[in-house]
Design a protein around this ligand. Structure first.
Ligand code: RB5
Length: 146
């Protein structure tokens, strides 16, 4: 199984349940899922888990990651501090699609208190199935870290 079938996922306590559900969904679709934690619903700092996942994607260990917290905001703010990270906080299919087509998002961020499990699966699937358009968008994303 290639690197593109591997994905790293992390959440805080507020989205632990949704993380577990997404893990099962991905396993069933043949993905190898690395769980960066958290491991239960005990209160934690989302930053610790956001950093783990963002680091692993930033350094190329994984090409894609998924992060979840209550709103997705803290995870998004944390992940986007890292070089090479384009983390997209989305709760609709159009934004998810565009985040891949135009922004080549490499981390999908979801708010566990905002999206239900069925919508989350659709967002994840759309994100995984959509490629980067490249062209004029390549130069644009390259200039983010320049
Ligand atoms: C935890 O209560 C909450 O603050 C966290 O999950 C997240 O929403 C932060 O942005």
């Amino acid at each position: 199984m290639g690197k593109n079938k591997s994905i790293i996922i992390g959440s805080d306590h507020a989205a632990f349940e949704l993380k577990e559900k997404i893990k099962t969904y991905l396993f069933n679709k043949g993905y190898i899922v690395e769980d960066a934690g958290t491991k239960n619903e005990a209160s934690v700092n989302y930053v610790d888990y956001g950093k783990k996942v963002a680091k692993a994607v930033s350094n190329g260990e994984f090409s894609k990651g998924i992060l979840l917290c209550g709103t997705g905001l803290g995870m998004s703010m944390t992940a986007n501090r890292f070089v090479n990270i384009r983390a997209a906080l989305c709760s609709d299919v159009f934004s998810v699609k565009m985040s891949r087509l135009h922004n080549d998002s490499n981390i999908l961020v979801l708010g566990g208190r905002l999206v239900g499990d069925i919508l989350a699966y659709e967002l994840v699937q759309t994100w995984l199935d959509t490629g980067f358009e490249g062209g004029r968008h390549l130069e644009r994303i390259q200039s983010i870290d320049a």
